[in-house]
Design a binder for this molecule. Structure first.
Ligand code: 7PJ
Length: 309
């Protein structure tokens, strides 16, 4: 097949330890929350106050068969107002799941953590990517990520989960978020992480109002122009609820629509600039998102042929 305008040229491949991730097309990261209190699916993978490993593995199996490219395992709820976990609790929740998923499936595993000890332990049992909503700012986290030699996702958050939605303020949200991410990227480069191994994420919903989130979605071009691959997550978030006036169980179509819109925006900017950035979409509803992205991608793949008719 002829590479279409929207097939990302200079295809990017992320080196994830023993695995590689093709980012020539948007990749889908499936959310697996092994927490009792995450905002949309907390407690689902819990039984008698602990992670239900069998149930978690069944959930992972169906996400993989639905087309997930990455399984993102997290043991700390970062929903607005969430209470902090101890390092030991996070280790107990996350490490056995990473180990079991790695033993059972040929899956690319990401770990949603800010904690150095979790980065170290999870990478020792086979994690392939570090996803940190605190952009490796916690003590020891950057050093742990360097030692793990895995790609990292740096996300922007204003304040901490407990208070982040209490009147977030920016003068220019896009510029400020970009500036923060560039500073954290610089810290990673200086610590020895290669630029191609650094993903950036504006952190939708993390210390942001609806207006801030929408400004970021309209400002995605500037994130593409950093040259870094992006990780974007809007799945079931409050911003979707606000746009639809719908509760948490009624945000599927809104979430998928926003995912496709962002895929289009990023792909278009990348084509305009001959960039080589990849994109990862972090979602709860894997099958629906994969289907929507497939329709979008296949349509875009035909663009040049149709233009030449
Ligand atoms: C995100 C995340 C996100 C990245 C969560 C939720 C809250 N990691 N972890 N980006 N969100 N990189 O799923 O709504 O947007 S937890």
């Amino acid at each position: 097949m002829v590479a279409g305008l929207f097939t990302f040229m200079n295809a990017m491949t992320l080196i994830c330890g023993t695995k590689t991730l093709d980012l020539s097309r948007p990749a889908v990261m499936a959310i697996v929350n092994v927490t009792p209190d995450s905002f949309s699916d907390g407690g689902q993978l819990y039984r008698d106050d602990r992670v239900d490993l069998d149930k978690t593995l069944r959930a992972v199996e169906s996400m993989l068969s639905d087309g997930a490219d990455i399984i993102d395992i997290g043991g700390e709820s970062t929903r607005p107002g969430a209470s902090p976990v101890t390092t030991q609790q996070e280790l107990d929740r996350v490490v056995p799941v990473v180990e079991a998923v790695n033993a059972r499936f040929d899956a690319l595993i990401s770990v949603d953590t800010s904690t150095a000890a979790v980065i170290t332990a999870a990478s020792a049992v086979g994690a392939h990517l570090i996803n940190d909503v605190r952009a490796l700012q916690r003590e020891g986290a950057l050093e742990a990520a360097v030692a793990a030699a895995l790609p990292v996702c740096l996300m922007h958050m204003q304040n901490q989960p407990a208070s982040m939605q209490n009147n977030p303020v920016y003068t220019d949200v896009v510029t400020e978020v970009l500036k923060f991410l560039q500073q954290r990227k610089q810290a990673c480069l200086e610590a020895g992480i290669a630029s191609e191994q650094i993903l950036l994420d504006p952190g939708f919903g993390f210390g942001k109002t609806l207006q801030h989130n929408l400004a970021l979605s309209h400002g995605l071009d500037r994130f593409v122009d950093t040259g870094q691959s992006l990780l974007l997550g809007v799945s079931r978030k409050t911003m979707i609820g606000q746009l639809l006036d719908s509760n948490i169980n009624d945000r599927l179509i809104g979430s998928v629509t926003m995912a496709v819109l962002m895929a289009q925006t990023v792909a278009h900017r990348r084509a305009q600039t001959s960039g080589s950035n990849g994109m990862i979409l972090r979602v709860h509803d894997v099958r629906e998102t994969v289907e929507a992205l497939t329709v979008w991608q296949r349509t875009m793949d035909f663009k040049e042929e149709i233009d030449n008719l």
